[in-house]
Design a protein around this ligand. Sequence first.
Ligand code: PXG
Length: 457
Amino acid sequence: MSSFPAASPSNIGALDAAHHLHPFSDTKKVNAAGARIIARGEGCLIFDNHGKRYLDAFAGLWCVNIGYGRHEITDAVTRQMNELPYYNTFFGTTTTPAALLAEKITSHAGPTINRVFFTGSGSEANDTWFRMARVYWGAMGKPTKKTVISRVNGYHGSTVAGASLGGMKWMHEQGDLPIPGIVHIGQPYWYAEGGELSPEEFGLKAARELEAKIDELGEDNVAAFVAEPIQGAGGVIIPPDTYWPEIARICREHNILLVCDEVICGFGRTGQWFGHQHYGVTPDLAPIAKGLSSGYLPIGGVLVSDRVGDVLVNEVGDFNHGFTYSGHPVCAAAALENIRILEDEGIVDRVRDTIGPYFARAWASLQDHPMVGEAVSVGLMGAVQLAADKATRTRFADKEKAGVTVRNHCLENGLVLRATGDRMLASPPLVISEAEVDEVVTKLRAGLDHAWAVLER
Ligand code: PXG
């Protein structure tokens, strides 16, 4: 029985419309259509308040890596709530879950990363490393190394620094962003921008934009470069294999910090614990969130390499930064239990060795559809690029409409996935079964058939 008084579909919708401002939404449109009310989840399935079943091929918002309904997390959270619902990690105190979680996360992060700074979200994690990088260079006697280079179409959050680091023009337009000290270079989006180059050639070209920008600014003025290993919200932009090694070389040779935003790619999404491991590079700083707790409770953080961490600890002294909920003990308990499940059930290896390859084959089978320009994936992250004419890589004039037409058909059919412009994105829970992968692909194909029939080309 619901514990909310007098809850019924009609009054929840009305209350929501009257009082709730939705994130990243045109509230008037949401209100007119009526928000879908999601009531319950189990495994990879969610159900709305009318009992309609959806296969959630988007893991909530790229985050429910272990799937819905894992009562072990409920139990761990309840135990911690009863023991100590809150205490801070300021003023020389800590809590058991925060300390255990810091150790546990770093155990998966490779030998050069041994510290974590906790935040409440991925946006806060990006704001945190942004300050940390400048503080680091100040302590290194290089206070002019302040500018951060990031990428067009990257996503790093909604806070002022996060949205500035992100390369979404339509976000910058609201609130006079980016703030000074952040500049953007191009993205490794071969399908749209590669022209006649091979993906490998284009990967090198895109990476070398970083070198050109460093030369333009002067390396004594550049603190860091930040990028998602695979750009998520920007459209699951999977870089050519030549891209990341070249980026790592450039950062090394020009002495600038490499920051990998692991908020989506972390905690198994690519078949490794972290996306940078998939590409064989080692970041100096790496914001995390989402899959850290599988979204069961809000928690984020920054992985801090010894290069930066030793300077912060031994040279800087006070780092005047932190959040009331940094290392929140209940959120940390949820994250610890989430990681235990990922470990004990071999979920990350399963993505690398079995379900990831299965998904890759099923997803790539969409390549034969006339509307599919490319169907690409890494681990359990996939994108289908829509094309009006695949032979010439010509895209639909109204990209938004193309994506939304496919997405809405899927939604009607009980499949949740995301349209970013004219790319269809999937990022399902890592516990998805083979039968569920087949359902995703079958329903997406039906959506493509529908859109191909109704859209003008
Ligand atoms: N970095 C990356 C790479 C992200 O994907 C954030 C930082 C910010 O995290 P928080 O926890 O502050 O939201 C994100 C979040 C979308 C969408 O439309 C993606 C995100 C958030 C909202 C919408 O795909 N990613």
